[in-house]
Design a protein around this ligand. Structure first.
Ligand SMILES: O=P(O)(O)O[C@@H]1[C@@H](OP(=O)(O)O)[C@H](OP(=O)(O)O)[C@H](O)[C@H](OP(=O)(O)O)[C@H]1OP(=O)(O)O
Ligand SMILES: Nc1ncnc2c1ncn2[C@@H]1O[C@H](COP(=O)(O)OP(=O)(O)OP(=O)(O)O)[C@@H](O)[C@H]1O
Length: 491
């Protein structure tokens, strides 16, 4: 970053989440990621620098180890001229969605992270000027808790995402319940994955975005965003999947394009990277807990048709979904089992506040921090050390439950056979691709009490309202007709 030459006109608003805002360079494939804070809760420049450096260190020393270096891009902390940041902030303000404006971009410290622009990732396998399609998925938690500390029976049947949907709609965060269930996406079963991806395309919420040449073309900014328009999406995507324009327009064309997209994303998600320390986490004999979520329309349909539960995960061990799921499963005890351990650490810190640093609560996230995460024992010996390890593992697991996956696809020539790099074939074209993960900021220690309360709010809301209603409706429906088949169209 050539600080002296920073010009806000070369940067444009790219997107934001709850804690950071991203701007992209118009020509170069880089983004700047700034922290955001509620008004009047500003931090000192040193605190912000440390926070950003911690994010980079955590990516390098922990997430790269768990997920593999091909998937993780840590970036670096950069110092920018304050005038540039101020002007940039003014320039992009009107493009920010209203629902995100409760927090302000940090314009005082001058620090930000500089990262590769993953929506336009130019790796060795992408030719310079080819168009690039990028699909961003925030898959959320892909397993149902297996911990014996879980007290709500519902948590053993319905996944957190599906339960949370009902609370989100009730509180107005989103307009309607999504049919997406993370367990379908993480199943490794192609049919279930197709269903999950199609559901995301129907109701994207903040779980799916599509970019074309770095520009957002699909996905909602907030609950006020217009409904998904598949024909418009298909119009954007058609040149990628049917380059010789073999299809006319209309619903048939839309369906065909969406089907191709879903198939290509599935293949990218199942692709394996051979690098990285795969298997650093040995969480026992494969994934645990139920294979399906009872709230998933896919599973419900199979159940109603009297079909067997689909096969458990066929996720290849090297793929990013598999690795992400392994890290998510560092949440061995569930928040219900974890919370008393958090209280143990808290009590210790009240007595010995100076120990906070030694316990590495706020970093450094170094090799020693990583090594401690590998202790997967669940035998509580009553020590603070045990409690601390579980707390840190929980924070890492929560991070993996909230990260996003970027799949960048670029058409390559049919005759590019001399190039031995992996490509994904679709029916009329081929794609060079890359898969990356983003938003790997370690969840703060302080968020644990919030997690505990939110968990019980989600489950109680679901159990009291939805499940009660569901039961009543199901029994009436069964009386009227025994047929509750959900017709699953092939995608
Ligand atoms: O708790 P969840 O599952 O709702 O996840 C929060 C996300 O909501 P989601 O359900 O994905 O819409 C939430 O996303 P949105 O702001 O809703 O887009 C954040 O990612 C939040 O993380 P953080 O507190 O900013 O570090 C996320 O909080 P964490 O629980 O990951 O800390
Ligand atoms: N390296 C990157 N390349 C391209 N786009 C990016 C990159 N990093 C972030 N983005 C975009 O910016 C958006 C917001 O970034 P990010 O998810 O890191 O924000 P956040 O505030 O940390 O999220 P959360 O709400 O989960 O806390 C992402 O959804 C993605 O679209």
């Amino acid at each position: 970053m050539e600080e002296g030459k920073m010009d806000e006109n070369e940067w444009g608003y790219h997107g934001e989440g709850n804690k950071s805002l991203v701007v992209a360079h118009a020509q170069r494939c880089v983004v700047l990621r700034f922290l955001k804070f509620p008004p009047n809760r500003k931090k000192t420049s040193e605190e912000i620098f440390q926070h950003l450096q911690n994010i980079v260190d955590f990516g390098k020393n922990v997430m790269k180890e768990f997920l593999g270096e091909n998937y993780v891009h840590c970036g670096e902390v950069v110092q920018l001229p304050l005038e540039f940041v101020k002007q940039l902030c003014l320039k992009i303000q009107s493009e920010r969605p209203e629902s995100r404006c409760d927090k302000d971009l940090d314009t005082l410290s001058g620090y930000a992270m500089c990262l590769p622009n993953l929506t336009r990732l130019q790796t060795y396998c992408f030719a310079e000027h080819r168009p690039i399609l990028c699909v961003e998925i925030k898959p959320k938690c892909g397993f149902i808790p297996f911990s014996s500390d879980v007290t709500h029976e519902m948590k053993h049947k319905v996944c957190r995402y599906c339960m949370h949907q009902h609370l989100k709609v009730a509180t107005g965060k989103w307009k309607q319940i999504s049919k997406y269930c993370p367990l379908d996406l993480y199943s490794g079963n192609k049919q279930r994955m197709h269903f999950a991806l199609k559901s995301l395309l129907q109701e994207a919420q903040n779980n799916l975005k599509i970019f074309k040449n770095g520009e957002l073309i699909y996905g909602c900014k907030d609950a006020r965003s217009p409904v998904a328009d598949w024909s418009e999406l298909a119009h954007h995507l058609k040149p990628f999947f049917f380059p010789s324009n073999g299809l006319t327009s209309g619903p048939h064309c839309t369906r065909a394009v969406i089907r191709e997209l879903v198939h290509v994303i599935t293949r990218a998600l199942l692709s394996s990277s051979d690098k990285g320390r795969a298997g650093a986490l040995r969480l026992g004999p494969g994934p645990r807990g139920p294979r399906v979520c009872e709230a998933s329309p896919f599973s419900r349909s199979l159940h109603c048709q009297g079909k067997n539960t689909p096969e458990r995960s066929g996720l290849p061990k090297g793929c990013l979904l598999y690795k992400t799921l392994q890290v998510q499963m560092l949440d061995l005890l569930d928040i219900e089992g974890l919370y008393p351990l958090y209280n143990r650490v808290e009590q210790y810190l009240e007595e010995f506040p100076e120990e906070r640093k030694t316990l590495q609560i706020d970093g450094p996230y170094d090799e020693a921090f990583y090594q401690k995460l590998l202790d997967l024992s669940t035998e509580d010996d009553g020590t603070v050390a045990f409690a601390l390890t579980k707390v840190q593992q929980y924070r890492v697991a929560m991070t993996a439950k909230d990260c996003s996956i970027m799949i960048a696809l670029s058409p390559c020539l049919q005759d590019a056979s001399s190039d031995h790099r992996p490509v994904i074939p679709s029916s009329r074209s081929r794609f060079a691709f890359s898969v990356s993960v983003l938003d790997l900021d370690l969840k703060p220690y302080e968020s644990i009490p919030h997690q505990y309360k939110l968990d019980s709010k989600i489950v109680n809301y679901y159990s009291k309202t939805v499940h009660a209603k569901d039961n009543a409706m199901m029994s009436t429906r069964f009386k009227e007709s025994e047929d509750c088949t959900l017709v699953l169209h092939k995608v």
